[in-house]
Design a protein. Structure first.
Length: 396
């Protein structure tokens, strides 16, 4: 019998490239590799005992509820706890303002599905979080990068592009941005909010790293600033402060858009894991997350400082890098003539890795750039990783 060919995949499945970060993580999974590539929290800092206790209490006290289907909006106790934390950080929030999501990445996907039509213009920072670029590509959006400097996007350039492109959405990570580690200053945040109010576009304020500040003072939420209050969607996550394996995030949005995102979520997964939500709510009730965060931040500060201390010793003359006040990443620019993607193959042979910066650019990649994460290795391991990178640079 002759077998007919199967129908082809959707064009979007063929047109979106795989994540360079995920591909590099697979390439460097060998335990002997010192990897500055992954944006991973340090696993030895997970509060395993506290989380185990929270799960034990939930399963002992309310097993029928914790193992049952739940509402799409999320566990009321968890939403209340998130609202309390956001309010404590300066953004007045009620539980009813929130939808619990399966990681903040799902929150972005819900927003994109509810908001964007193919061909709609999305403005992004240049460079931009890679998984966001993937999500916009799947939606068929036209992504336009906004020029940046060492402090983030340039408001004057943003206004020019808003006038020229009439975007529906601006996406940005204002605190310790992925991939650069930059933090957008308060004055620029106010300009962004004012532009949103004047020209009428939505803002996605993605904040997975905001609670990982080691130095300096917190900057204001864009979502609270004049002009942006009724047109900003805040995306948050527990992946960097509790554990990414929980896959817990949240979306805070104005009522009409929040309702649309809830309907999209109903079609996507019905609701986020009931038992994980219940355990997270119990953890926030019984444990001291701020004390746990203090431990994480102290370790990350030490690791960041070790990386910053070592870079001048091993990078070629003419290189530059920033000094983030928190988060998980810093951004390196090598001198003219260097290609970080080509160098990576040599680095991997020396059992060290990083992420080339090119995939984070929506249009015109800078081959000299690379992202380095400082969170998953001790200062001693970071020193060894830099020694290996120096050898790779010398060979290359």
């Amino acid at each position: 019998m002759t077998r007919a060919d199967l129908p082809s995949f959707a064009s979007r499945a063929a047109s979106v490239a795989p994540s360079a970060v995920r591909e590099i993580l697979a390439l460097t999974a060998r335990p002997e590799v010192v990897s500055f590539a992954g944006g991973l929290p340090a696993p030895e800092l997970f509060d395993v005992a506290g989380l185990r206790a929270a799960f034990d209490r939930v399963l002992a006290e309310v097993p029928e509820q914790a193992l049952q289907y739940s509402t799409t909006e999320g566990d009321p106790a968890l939403r209340a706890a998130i609202a309390e934390r956001l309010t404590g950080r300066g953004l007045a929030t009620g539980a009813e303002d929130l939808v619990v999501t399966t990681g903040s990445q799902q929150g972005l996907t819900l927003l994109i599905t509810a908001l964007l039509e193919p061909g709609d213009v999305v403005l992004v920072e240049d460079p931009c979080y890679l998984a966001a670029l993937q999500a916009f590509a799947f939606a068929g959006a036209r992504v336009v990068p906004v020029p940046t400097d060492g402090e983030g996007l340039l408001p004057e350039a943003l206004e020019e592009l808003v006038v020229a492109e009439r975007p529906k959405l601006l996406y940005l990570v204002p605190n310790f941005q992925n991939p650069t580690g930059r933090t957008l200053p308060a004055a620029r945040r106010r300009q962004v909010a004012e532009l949103a109010g004047r020209y009428g576009f939505w803002i996605a304020e993605d904040d997975p790293y905001g609670e990982l500040r080691f130095d300096g003072e917190p900057q204001p939420w864009i979502a609270e600033l004049p002009g942006a209050e009724d047109r900003t969607v805040l995306l948050g996550s527990f992946s960097k402060v509790l554990a990414p394996g929980l896959r817990l995030g949240y979306l805070r949005a104005p009522a009409a858009l929040r309702r649309a995102c809830t309907v999209v979520k109903q079609s996507a997964d019905l609701h986020t894991s009931t038992v994980d939500q219940a355990a997270a709510a119990r953890y926030l009730r019984d444990a001291d997350l701020d004390a746990h965060l203090a431990k994480i931040k102290a370790a990350y500060r030490e690791r960041r400082d070790a990386l910053l201390a070592g870079l001048p010793k091993i990078l070629p003359p003419g290189s530059s890098w920033n000094e983030p006040e928190g988060g998980m990443f810093l951004w390196v620019t090598l001198p003219e003539g260097y290609d970080a993607t080509e160098l990576l193959a040599t680095a991997v042979r020396h059992d060290v890795a990083y992420v080339p910066g090119a995939p984070f650019h929506a249009v015109r990649p800078d081959p000299r750039t690379l992202r380095m994460s400082f969170t998953t290795h001790s200062p001693e391991e970071i020193e060894e990783g830099l020694r290996r990178l120096a050898a790779a640079l010398a060979e290359h």
